[in-house]
Design a protein around this ligand. Structure first.
Ligand code: HDD
Length: 729
C-alpha cells in the first residue's frame, strides 16, 4: 500500500502529460467516420425530417429528429454566477525543489513535473461579455498531482473586497447588472456597486486596485496572480508555516489605457482569449513563476494587520517572495465546453502538504465552490468529467447519482467492512494520507468582526503612495469615469468620503472631475455595515497608520521592481503603416530586426492583397485601416516612401491610427518621409510629437540606426508621461 516514489519526469513528458493521455480516452474528431445517432446507428438522411407526404406534417416517429433537437435544446448549463467569461489552457508546473522543507506536497518536490489546467476570467460579465472590461481577473490553476487534484483559485489582485464570506452575495449582487433592467453589462460603473462600496469601507483597498492599471491587463500572459488568502504549508515532519501564493509572469506585468480597452471591446471583444490562443499555437508559451511569502507560526501576530484578513497584503519588502516553481501553458483546449466550461475549481481540492488558515473568507469559499459545481454541473459526479478527473486513482464508498460513470464492482459499499478485507482502506500519513494541521482553537461562539480586521484605510493609502504619478492619474480618471455613471449624488459623495479617508489629494482630484466638493467626515458613520445590535465604535476604522509608507512592488510601471529584468518585446504586435510606393527594403529590415527579438509585425495598408514598393517590389498586406485599429497593436512604425506617405496623409483612418497610438502612449517610429505622417497626426495641445518620449524618428531611409532604438522603446511598453503632460488630471 505504500505510495510509489515520484518518478523523475522530463519536459517531453510534460508536453504529452499524463493528463493529456487521460483526456485522450474521451476525445473524438469524427474524421473519416460515418455519421451516427447517439446509439451508434448510421444515419442515411440528416437533411430531411420524416413526414406524412412530401408536404405533410412531421411524424412523432422521427426518433432521429427528436434525438438531434432534444440534445440541442439541452446544450446549455448555467453559467458561473461569477467569473462566467473565461479562457483556459493546459500546461505543466515544474517544481524548483526548494519548497521541500516547507511542504511535503509531491508536486513541490525536486524533479516533479505536474500537469496543470489554468482558467483566466473576468468576474462581473456574462459568458459573452468583452474580455476588456475594467475588472479583476480570475487566475485559477488545477494541478493534476500524483496525490490528487489541487486547485489554487486566485485573482490578479492580492486583496479582496470583503473580509467575511457572508457578504459575498451582497458584493456580487451590487456589482452585477442591476436586477430591474439588467444594466450595465460587465461594468462596475453604476449606482448599486458604489452604494455597496461607500457603505463598506473594507472594500476601499481593493477598489483602488480595481481602478488602477491592474484592472486592465495588456494580456493574461502579462499579469500577476495571487492566492489572496493566507494558506498553510506543512512539511514531512508535520511543521506548518503560513504562506501567501504569488504567480509572477516572465513577460512582466503590463496594462493598457482605459480608452483603449473600451475601443478594443468593440474591435475585438475576444482580445485576451485570442492573444492566449495564438501565442500557444505559435509556441510562444506563457510562463509564470510560483512564489511564496513564508510566515512562521510564531510570527502570526507580528504585523500591524491580521494575516487572516483578505483585504490586506503582506508587502514584499516585509516578507520577500521565494520562487518555488514555474508554470508553462503549452496546449490549447480541444473543446471549449468540455474543458473550459466544465472545469470545476474548488478550494477544498487540496493535497497533503497544503492546508487552510482560519481566514473567514476562505472558510466560506470552502463551502461555496463545491455547492456551485453541484448546481452548475448537475450532480455529485462532476469529478468524473474528464477535465476534472484526477490522475491519482479514486477508490471510495461513494455511489450512484446522476450520470455516474464508474462501475463499482462488488457487494460492499461501506467502511469499515470485513467482506472486502477492509478495502478501500484509510491511508496512514506515511502512506500519503491527508491529515489536517493540529491547531488549538478555543473561543466563544460569536458573530463579530475581529478588531484586528478593522483598519480599512492604511493599506489603501500604502497602495496609493506606491503608484507613480501616471498610475495615480489613471486611478483618478477611472474613479471619475465610474462615479460619473452613478446617478445618485449621495452615493458619489459617500464614495468621496471613503476616498478622503485614504488620501486627501486623491479625493480632491476625483471630486474635481465630478464638479463636487469632498464632504467632511465629522459626525458621519463611515462604516454602515454594522450588526443591528453592534457597537458602531468597534466597526469604525482608525485613521491611516503610517501616511508615508510605500511598497515599490505594488506599482506596475515599466520601471517598477516587478518588471525589472523582464524587458522584452517577445510576442508584441507592431503595426507597419505603408501603402503603394513604400520603402519596402527598409520595411523588410525592420521586420527582421523585430522578428529576431520575438515580436510580430503586420503590414497595415489602404487595401488588402499586395502593395508595390518604390522599386516595384511586392509586399503582402496583413490588414487595412478598415479591418483593424491601432488599439490592437503595441507599437507603430510608419514606413518611408514619398508616394506611400502622401496617400496615408490623405487617409483619415491612417492619421487616426497614429494619433490614437500616440494618445495611448505607445512607442512610435518613422523613417524618411514617414515622419510627415507623425506630424500630421499630432493633436492640438499635445507636446511636439517628434520629440515626445518613446517616439523614434530618422530622416534617413534606412532603419539600421532606428531599429535598436525602436526595440528599446517597445521594451518600455508605454510612455505614460505623455499623458501626464497632455492631460494633467
Ligand atoms: Fe470565487 C469562482 C476567485 C471569493 C464563490 N472565484 C471563482 C473563480 C475564481 C475565483 C478565479 C473562477 C474559477 C473558474 O475559473 O472556474 N473568489 C476568487 C477569489 C476570492 C473569491 C480570489 C477571494 C479571495 N468566491 C469568493 C467568495 C465566494 C466565492 C467569498 C463565496 C462565498 N467563486 C465563487 C463561486 C464560483 C467562484 C460562486 C463561481 C463559479 C465557480 O465558483 O466555480 O463558487
Amino acid at each position: 500500500m505504500s505510495k510509489k516514489p515520484l518518478a523523475k519526469k522530463t519536459h517531453e513528458d510534460a508536453v504529452s502529460t499524463a493528463k493529456t493521455n487521460d483526456l485522450a480516452k474521451n476525445t473524438d474528431d469524427g474524421y473519416g467516420q460515418f455519421l451516427t445517432s447517439n446509439q451508434g446507428l448510421r444515419v442515411n438522411d440528416d437533411q430531411n425530417s420524416l413526414k406524412a407526404g412530401e408536404r405533410g406534417p412531421s411524424l412523432l416517429e422521427d426518433f432521429l429528429l427528436r434525438e438531434k433537437i432534444t440534445h440541442f435544446d439541452h446544450e446549455r448549463i448555467p453559467e458561473r454566477v461569477v467569473h462566467a467569461r473565461g479562457v483556459a489552457a493546459h500546461g505543466y508546473f515544474e517544481a524548483y525543489g526548494n519548497a521541500s522543507e516547507l511542504s511535503r506536497a509531491a508536486f513541490l518536490q525536486p524533479g516533479a513535473v505536474t500537469p496543470v489546467f489554468t482558467r483566466f476570467s473576468t468576474v462581473a460579465g456574462s459568458r459573452g461579455s468583452s474580455d476588456m472590461a475594467r475588472d479583476v481577473r480570475g487566475f485559477a490553476v488545477k494541478f493534476y498531482t500524483e496525490e490528487g487534484v489541487y486547485d489554487l483559485v486566485g485573482n490578479n489582485i492580492p486583496v479582496f473586497f470583503i473580509q467575511d464570506a457572508i457578504k459575498f452575495p451582497d458584493l456580487i449582487h451590487a456589482v452585477k447588472p442591476e436586477p430591474h433592467n439588467e444594466i450595465p453589462q460587465a461594468a462596475s460603473a453604476h449606482d448599486t456597486f458604489y452604494d455597496f462600496i461607500s457603505a463598506n469601507p473594507e472594500s476601499t483597498h481593493m477598489l483602488l486596485w480595481a481602478m488602477s492599471d491592474r484592472g486592465l491587463p495588456r494580456s493574461l500572459r502579462m499579469m500577476e496572480g495571487f492566492g489572496v488568502h493566507t494558506f498553510r504549508m506543512v512539511n514531512a515532519e508535520g511543521k506548518s508555516v503560513f504562506v501567501k501564493f504569488h504567480w509572477k509572469p516572465l513577460l512582466g506585468t503590463h496594462a493598457i489605457a482605459w480608452e483603449e480597452a473600451q475601443q478594443i471591446s468593440g474591435k475585438d471583444p475576444d482580445f485576451h482569449r485570442r492573444d492566449l490562443w495564438n501565442c500557444i499555437e505559435m509556441g510562444a508559451y506563457p510562463e509564470w513563476e510560483l512564489g511564496v511569502q513564508v510566515i512562521q507560526e510564531e510570527d502570526e501576530r507580528k504585523f500591524d494587520f491580521d494575516i487572516l484578513d483578505s483585504t490586506k497584503l503582506i508587502p514584499e519588502e516585509l516578507v520577500p517572495v521565494t520562487k518555488i516553481g514555474k508554470m508553462v501553458l503549452n496546449r490549447n483546449v480541444d473543446n471549449y465546453f468540455a474543458e473550459t466550461e466544465q472545469v470545476a475549481f474548488c478550494l477544498s481540492h487540496i493535497v497533503p502538504g497544503i492546508d487552510f488558515s482560519n481566514d473567514p473568507l476562505l472558510q466560506g469559499r470552502l463551502f461555496s465552490y463545491l455547492d456551485t459545481q453541484l448546481k452548475r454541473l448537475g450532480g455529485p459526479n462532476f469529478h468524473e468529467i474528464p477535465i476534472n478527473r484526477s490522475i491519482a486513482p479514486i477508490h471510495n464508498n461513494q455511489r450512484d447519482g446522476h450520470m455516474r460513470q464508474t462501475i463499482n464492482k462488488g457487494q460492499v459499499a461501506y467502511g469499515v467492512n470485513q467482506l472486502n478485507d477492509g478495502y478501500p482502506q484509510q491511508a496512514k500519513r506515511s502512506e500519503g494520507g491527508f491529515n489536517t494541521v493540529h491547531e488549538r482553537v478555543e473561543g466563544h461562539k460569536i458573530r463579530l468582526r475581529s478588531k484586528s480586521f478593522v483598519d480599512h484605510y492604511s493599506q489603501a493609502k500604502l497602495f496609493w503612495n506606491s503608484q507613480t504619478d501616471a498610475e495615480k492619474m489613471h486611478i483618478v480618471k477611472a474613479l471619475r469615469f465610474e462615479l460619473s455613471h452613478v446617478q445618485k449624488e449621495f452615493v458619489r459623495t459617500r464614495t468621496l468620503l471613503q476616498l478622503a479617508q485614504v488620501d486627501a489629494e486623491l479625493a480632491r482630484r476625483v471630486a474635481e472631475g465630478l464638479g463636487a466638493a469632498v464632504p467632511s467626515a465629522d459626525g458621519v458613520q463611515l462604516n454602515l455595515a454594522v450588526p443591528a445590535d453592534g457597537d458602531v465604535a468597534h466597526y469604525q476604522s482608525a485613521p491611516v497608520k503610517d501616511g508615508s509608507a510605500s511598497s515599490p512592488t505594488l506599482s506596475i510601471a515599466p520601471d517598477s521592481p516587478i518588471n525589472t529584468g523582464k524587458a522584452s518585446i517577445k510576442t508584441r504586435h507592431i503595426a507597419i503603416l505603408a501603402t503603394d510606393g513604400a520603402d519596402v527594403a527598409a520595411i523588410g529590415s525592420l521586420m527582421k530586426a523585430l522578428m529576431d527579438e520575438g515580436a510580430q509585425s503586420a503590414i497595415i495598408a489602404t487595401h488588402l492583397g499586395t502593395i508595390n514598393g518604390v522599386g516595384g517590389e511586392e509586399l503582402l498586406v496583413n490588414g487595412t485601416f478598415h479591418s483593424t485599429a491601432s488599439v490592437l497593436f503595441d507599437a507603430v512604425y510608419v514606413a518611408g516612401g514619398e508616394k506611400s506617405v502622401a496617400a496615408l496623409k490623405q487617409n483619415a483612418d491612417a492619421v487616426r491610427f497614429v494619433n490614437e497610438a500616440f494618445r495611448h502612449c505607445k512607442p512610435l517610429a518613422a523613417s524618411g518621409a514617414g515622419v510627415e505622417l507623425l506630424k500630421a497626426a499630432a493633436y492640438p495641445g499635445a507636446e511636439d510629437i517628434l520629440s515626445a518620449d518613446g517616439v523614434v524618428v530618422s530622416s534617413e531611409a534606412q532603419v539600421s540606426g532606428l531599429a535598436p532604438q525602436f526595440i528599446a522603446a517597445i521594451k518600455k511598453h508605454r510612455f505614460w508621461s505623455r499623458e501626464l503632460k497632455a492631460m494633467p488630471a
